[in-house]
Design a binder for this molecule. Structure first.
Ligand SMILES: [Zn+2]
Length: 422
């Protein structure tokens, strides 16, 4: 079967699948989990040795464990060293169309110390594409649609999707932005896809770009940036694809609410407080490199209300950031260290006043650096906010330094980032 036809089949499958209640969803998930367990116990050496057939008896893993057991874990006999060489070579030559034994191999762009390798088969890619098209294109697939895609690496996936109805154009974010925007104005996309930092740059410099739909990918979409992009493009909703190499975790519904994609991933929630949790995911669609009880290091904030769209999928009010980006300060008077969620840090800056571009980086437990262009008065206010927070949460106020705003476009933009490793 051709690649395109397969994608179309998946598109139809996902487009027409609806769940009316949590119970219905649970039942479906249980069936999928059982099927996935049968598969991995047959083909993955790592899982073969587990006696139980219940998901709860399977180990919770993370990137480190995944990489240490890479050879046993994957079901297609790919060797870690070989895959790593292959992926590094692709990055070096910026040639991403080659495959290793028919499998796409990539390096995950994660920020943690452990380098991740991911494996995706053509079928898994087709599923993913079908899923995204079903979520975001709806019937536009038949009407015809032009999609502009800003990303780091070219991918053979998107070009293979080109058809009479759907036209993809890839824009390399390593190229000068003026050139990209000129091309974009010529292309006149119906859908614009890119990471928030890129969308902001387009919003600032565009003259004649007016897509129907804007989709944010790859970075956390901060509320403030979201508002800015909405205003610049005169849109009510900025759609999001919350996706990591480990899976496509959440997408935005027609009411602008982000929902977990619980029809393709089962999410266990490791709660940090009433609403905040770390997701532990089991993906039903991944076979070559199974994702079973995989603990991400993202902090998500759950919403408990029911969405107007009628979907029983969990509402995500916010993707707060990486668990690695929790700030850690010394406790007052020799007390234990105090952990502060990225959202509290973000608020210290946003409460201070009108600040558009900033990055707040924790350098050591005693030192925070803030990159922004605003004046001394705002700096003073930020300092006061931090002081207030330190009193509320009982930590020793760190040294706070200000520097001119900058960020490296080759990296993902993180407004709040911690370099402190516990
Ligand atoms: Zn909804």
């Amino acid at each position: 079967m051709s690649n395109k036809l397969k994608i179309y089949m998946y598109y139809l499958k996902y487009k027409h699948r609806k769940f009316n209640s949590r119970e219905e969803l649970k039942k479906y998930q249980n069936k999928k989990i059982k099927k996935q367990i049968r598969f991995i116990k047959k083909y993955s050496k790592f899982y073969k040795k587990i006696k139980s057939n219940e998901l709860k008896d399977f180990p919770i893993i993370n990137k480190k464990i995944m990489m240490e057991n890479f050879n046993d874990l994957n079901t297609i006999g790919i060797n870690k060293e070989e895959a790593l060489d292959f992926a590094i070579n692709s990055e070096k030559t910026r040639e991403f169309t080659n495959k290793l034994n028919g499998i796409t191999v990539g390096l995950s762009s994660g920020t943690s110390d452990t380098r991740g390798i991911f494996l995706v088969s053509d079928n898994e890619k087709d599923k993913w594409a079908g899923y995204i098209l079903a979520k975001y294109l709806g019937n536009d697939l038949y009407k015809g649609c032009k999609i502009a895609f800003f990303m780091r690496a070219d991918s053979n996936l998107y070009e293979s999707l080109n058809s009479r109805q759907v036209q993809f154009k890839f824009f390399d974010i390593f190229k000068p932005m003026e050139e990209n925007i000129r091309c974009l104005e010529e292309f006149k996309p119906d859908i614009l896809v890119g990471q928030p930092s890129v969308l902001i740059e387009i919003a600032k410099n565009k003259r004649d770009v007016d897509p129907n739909k804007i989709i944010s990918i790859a970075e956390v979409l901060e509320k403030k940036d979201e508002e800015y992009i909405k205003k610049a493009f005169k849109k009510d909703i900025i759609y999001q694809i919350y996706q990591c190499t480990e899976g496509c975790l959440a997408t935005t519904c027609q009411y602008g609410i982000l929902h977990l994609n619980e029809d393709i991933v089962y999410v266990e929630k490791e709660y940090l407080d009433k609403d905040r949790f770390i997701p532990v995911i089991t993906d039903f669609t991944r076979k070559s490199q199974p994702i079973i009880r995989y603990r991400l290091n993202d902090i998500l904030v759950e919403g408990h209300e029911k969405c107007k769209c009628g979907s029983p999928f969990t509402i995500i009010k916010e993707i707060e950031g990486r668990e690695d980006d929790i700030f850690v300060f010394y406790g007052k008077e020799g007390k234990n260290d105090v952990r502060v969620y990225p959202d509290f840090i973000r608020r210290c800056i946003l409460f201070a006043g009108e600040i558009n571009n900033y990055r707040c980086v924790q350098i050591t437990k005693d030192e925070v650096k803030i990159y922004m262009d605003e004046n001394d008065k705002l700096q003073e206010k930020i300092y006061d906010e931090f002081k207030k927070l330190s009193e509320q949460l009982n930590f020793r106020l760190p040294k706070i330094e200000f520097e001119k705003y900058f960020y490296d476009r080759k990296k993902k933009l993180k407004r709040v980032e911690s370099l402190v490793k516990e």
